[in-house]
Design a binder for this molecule. Structure first.
Ligand code: MG
Length: 252
């Protein structure tokens, strides 16, 4: 059995009127969504995507990486149809990244599945070193992949908020997915762009190394993002892979 610890924090930031990010945590499922769209559209899109994803997962047993990807596609359909039913919500969309404990039925083991659409991110802190697991679906990230921008240039580019993939835009969406072996000591971070646009990655890594409690670390990252400008909503979920519980061998 995989044992996980987790913590989270979300904040409207210092410039926006409302928090259009939506995060969700429960044992074995962790989600960050960053909504966009005029008036209430962004907040509706992110919350609807998360609630739709959760309700589709309720019908699935055992949960696998494939069924998680399918549930994200169904969540996309929910956002698309809500946007087409209500003119006020037209054009709304949302990013979504998630981590879930999944089964690998063929071999009867558990893994972590990671899924992503958009430019929210999943990072992994492993042996003190921070790496981005997901690929951003954004204009600057594709320019970076083509070698036309450096990572440093992309991080401050004026068009860095243009995303190339989101839920709620088209009837079908491509969902990136990964399946990873959980190693005790690994620390995963899900976050909206309000974090990494305001806080440099080496500072994020240092905070994750320093604060063992995941709620403390998430709150500190949100505080640093506000200190850095807080120009967007900020959401952080931290998931720690804990050591396996020792099962005493029974006597007699
Ligand atoms: Mg954002």
């Amino acid at each position: 059995m995989i044992r996980l610890g987790w913590g989270s924090a979300s904040d409207v930031g210092r410039a926006r009127q409302q928090n259009e990010d939506f995060l969700f945590t429960e044992e074995g499922l962790y989600i960050v969504a960053d909504g966009m769209g005029g008036h209430r559209g962004g907040a509706v899109a992110s919350e609807l995507a998360v609630s739709s994803l959760r309700s589709h997962l309720d019908d699935v047993d055992p949960l696998t990486t494939d069924s998680l990807v399918q549930a994200v596609q169904l969540a996309n359909e929910s956002v698309v149809s809500a946007a087409s039913d209500d003119p006020e919500l037209s054009g709304m969309g949302t990013t979504l990244c998630a981590i879930a404990v999944v089964q690998v039925p063929e071999v009867g083991v558990e893994r972590l599945a990671i899924v992503n659409v958009g430019d929210s991110r999943v990072y992994l802190l492993k042996d003190g070193h921070l790496e981005q697991v997901t690929d951003d679906h954004s204009l600057v990230a594709s320019l970076e992949r083509q070698g036309r921008l450096t990572r440093e240039e992309a991080a401050v580019h004026p068009q860095r908020n243009i995303i190339t993939r989101a839920l709620g835009i088209d009837a079908r969406v491509m969902v990136d997915s990964w399946e990873v072996v959980p190693i005790p000591g690994d620390r995963y971070v899900l976050c909206s762009d309000g974090l990494f646009n305001e806080v440099e990655e080496n500072r994020i890594a240092a905070t994750l190394r320093k604060l063992a409690d995941p709620d403390d670390a998430a709150s500190e990252l949100v505080r640093l993002a506000n200190e850095g400008g807080g120009r967007d909503n900020i959401s952080v979920v931290i998931v720690d892979v804990l050591p396996c519980q020792h099962v005493p061998s029974g006597i007699g």
